[in-house]
Design a binder for this molecule. Structure first.
Ligand code: PGA
Length: 258
């Protein structure tokens, strides 16, 4: 399997800033052998087209993703973006169920599933985020919460679509400036549990097609400790890749794992 590595810009880049980032980053990528990587960047909706155009023009293997989507199309839903709109850009993948969306915008397991089905139905890839929150961890029900999110997120998704699904395990309490980096042993346990859930839902062979990414305060200092874990197929990075040079450094570190 390739090494998966990507960053979500969240609500952090204007179009001007996106141009600066991409203008510096794409030439750096051209010098890299990325044949064993699946690299991605997830800008704001407003910067998707310009990032897409720049990536296509530079002909570098960088996937472009959207941070969210609505599962319906052509309905009265002011302020929402449908898969059809995203597919026309076109984006390669859509991130679904990030913990900030679940926590700040009340996104439910059912909505995550609807979005995943819509994205896969249009032939795009879905990056589904799962992760227990601090209270669930404290109560010792983190694994149950994870299993529930994986099972409901993938409900009714046929085995044939699984090759376009990526799962990111991101414990809510480990994300962002107030996040506390997770212990690698803990991450290993949870990734093994997710893999087991997938094996039980599908066959072992089909489940093996789904890359499991880890995310939450990943940085240059702890990168290796997460990347070397069995069942960690890649890393999903926020802050530590918001600078092109830092992202490039992480790509360099990931070479030991491809
Ligand atoms: P962080 O964000 O790396 O800045 O903690 C991770 C994420 O939200 O995916």
């Amino acid at each position: 399997m390739k090494f998966y590595l990507g960053t979500n810009w969240k609500m952090h880049r204007t179009n001007t800033e996106a141009v600066h980032y991409i203008t510096e980053f794409l030439p750096l990528l051209r010098e890299q052998d990325l044949s064993r990587h699946y690299l991605f960047v997830i800008p704001s909706f407003t910067s998707l087209q310009l990032v897409r155009n720049a990536v296509t023009e530079a002909a570098v293997p960088l996937k472009v993703g959207a941070q969210n989507v609505h599962w319906e199309d052509g309905v009265e839903a002011t302020g929402e973006i449908s898969v059809r709109i995203l597919a026309d850009i076109p984006v390669d993948l859509v991130e679904i169920g990030h913990s900030e969306r679940r926590q700040k915008f009340g996104e439910t397991d059912l909505e995550v599933n609807r979005k995943a089905r819509a994205v896969l139905g249009h032939g795009l890839s879905a990056l589904i985020c799962v992760g227990e929150n601090g209270a669930e961890k404290e109560k010792g029900i983190g694994s149950q919460a994870l299993e529930r999110q994986v099972r409901s997120g993938l409900d009714c998704i046929p085995p044939g679509d699984l090759s376009r699904v990526m799962l990111a395990y991101e414990p809510t309490w480990a994300i962002g400036v107030v996040g506390k980096p997770a212990d690698p042993t803990y991450v290993q346990e949870k990734h093994a549990a997710i893999r087991e859930t997938l094996n039980n839902m599908y066959s072992v062979e089909i489940a093996a097609e789904v890359p499991l990414l880890y995310g939450g305060s990943v940085n240059r200092l702890n990168f290796r400790s997460y990347a070397e874990i069995a069942h960690v197929d890649g890393l999903f990075v926020g802050r530590a890749a918001w600078n092109p040079q830092s992202f490039l450094e992480l790509i360099g570190m990931s070479r030991a794992f491809v």
